[in-house]
Design a protein around this ligand. Structure first.
Ligand code: FES
Ligand code: FE
Length: 443
């Protein structure tokens, strides 16, 4: 695979540890060639979230989704096995299942009326005696995605038959998925209902954003005003630590002023809730020990699983998949994750928080999308203004343990872009020519 540079032979990434400079060329957000390279070298090989087991809890349950630009049927077959099929009729390509969700043992193709079992086998072929010679039903089974593996009820797929197993791929970020999965004694579930929205912007802008604490206070002013109105103490702001977890994955921990639906009680939630949260904390401590329980109960956390999964474990628990559609268009699908058996009132508060802060019509998401779309328009001028900067906190990176950085520093972003560049074989320069950059900027 040849090395990719930007026009004029400039690198795609400047990563100079000596000067503490990290920059990403804005062509990364606009180029058709780079988009295609991302699809072939990242999305064809990485493990991608398909869904959560709780979404298809009964035999026959299914959802249809688009993953890495492929239409997929995510289903549980009649024997209870979780499966992922390409949602295209093996006969002549028609979209097989045209519903978003449902329960079926048999999928029926509307074009020539072939039917398929939810195990993938052909069930009926209309006027089958018209086929002769080499026709065999087995040749027309539904096409399964090459790899499907499940970690703590999160179902991942991979289009590369030779990819490493899921646990190896997840590496250190698996521990953070455990923090989510351990919140409910009876397990976790996706709350019914999906939020699906789009932004006219490159998908990586959303990935950067979820681990970007530098923007939280200045951009989301309306949410902080709203919080103040509810009596929350916002004087401490949002601070914590970020981690480069390897393989492009990262996490940021922080103690935010908005309470925590696991165990950090807020007076406005009432005394009954205080008692319930104390009991919940005791249960979590008993199950996973005090050290891990502290992480689950006291710390908000945003997780980035490379390339396109984020989980915001904050005012609610938001699982978000970012789907690149074109260089300048992404679709975002998100769900609320919650402990099974949560009391009705707590669930209602969780959903309210989910919609109020991170929902597409909430306080935070529209602010972020406004920035993404404005940035994307501005990237049209990447020839004149080629670089985006992720240098913040670089000077302290080497001195902290386990690649820990302050959460509003940008070690997480650098981890993401190093993995991105490695996978697409984008040229990285480890020497910045500051004089040339300044000269170019002044022109
Ligand atoms: Fe489905 Fe022909 S394309 S039956
Ligand atoms: Fe934001």
């Amino acid at each position: 695979m040849s090395e990719l540079s930007s026009p004029g032979g400039q690198p795609l990434i400047i990563d100079d540890a000596k000067e503490g400079v990290f920059r990403v060329h804005r062509l990364a957000y606009t180029s058709d060639e780079l988009f295609e390279r991302e699809q072939r070298e990242i999305y064809d090989h990485c493990w991608l979230l398909l869904g959560h087991e709780s979404e298809i809890s009964q035999p026959g349950d299914f959802k249809t989704r688009t993953i890495a630009l492929r239409p997929i049927i995510f289903c549980r077959d009649d024997a209870g096995e979780v499966r992922a099929f390409i949602n295209s009729c093996p006969h002549r390509g028609a979209e097989l299942c045209r519903e978003i969700e449902g329960n079926r043992s048999i999928f029926h193709c509307m074009y020539h009326s072939w039917t398929f079992k939810n195990t993938g086998e052909v069930h009926t072929v209309r006027a089958e005696d018209g086929f002769t010679g080499g026709f065999r039903r087995e040749d027309f089974s539904l096409k399964e995605v090459p790899r499907i593996e499940i970690y703590r009820d999160f179902v991942f797929i991979c289009f590369d038959p030779d990819a490493p197993d899921l646990v190896t791929y997840l590496g250190n970020v698996a521990r953070y998925i455990d923090f989510l999965a351990d919140q409910g004694g009876d397990g976790m579930e996706i709350v019914e209902g999906t939020q699906l929205y789009a932004a006219r912007a490159n998908w990586k802008l959303q990935m950067e954003n979820v681990i970007d604490f530098y923007h939280t206070v200045p951009l989301h002013t309306s949410y902080f005003r709203f919080l103040e109105g509810t009596g929350a103490d916002i004087s401490g702001g949002v601070g914590g630590a970020g981690y480069d977890l390897g393989n492009g994955h990262s996490a940021v921990h922080f103690k935010a002023p908005w309470g925590r639906p696991v165990a950090r009680w807020e007076p406005r939630w009432g005394e009954v809730e205080k008692v319930r949260l104390e009991a919940l904390r005791a249960d979590i401590e008993a199950r996973i020990g005090p050290e891990r329980a502290e992480m689950v109960c006291d710390w908000d956390c945003n997780i980035l699983v490379f390339p396109n999964l984020t989980v915001a474990d904050v005012v609610a628990l938001v699982v978000r998949v970012v789907n690149p559609i074109t260089p300048d268009m992404m679709e975002i699908t998100q769900w609320c994750l919650a402990p099974k058996g949560e009391p009705e009132e707590a669930r209602a508060r969780r959903l309210h928080a989910f919609n109020t802060f991170l929902g597409p019509g909430g306080f935070a998401t529209p602010d972020d999308i406004e920035v993404f779309e404005g940035s994307q328009r501005a990237f049209g001028a990447h020839r004149e203004l080629p670089w985006s900067d992720f240098s913040r906190g670089y000077y302290g990176e080497a001195t902290r343990p386990e690649a820990e950085v302050q959460s509003d520093y940008e070690g997480q972003h650098r981890a993401f872009y190093r993995e991105w560049a490695r996978r697409i074989n984008g040229r990285i320069s480890d020497r910045v020519d500051l004089a040339a950059l300044r000269e170019a900027a002044a022109e």
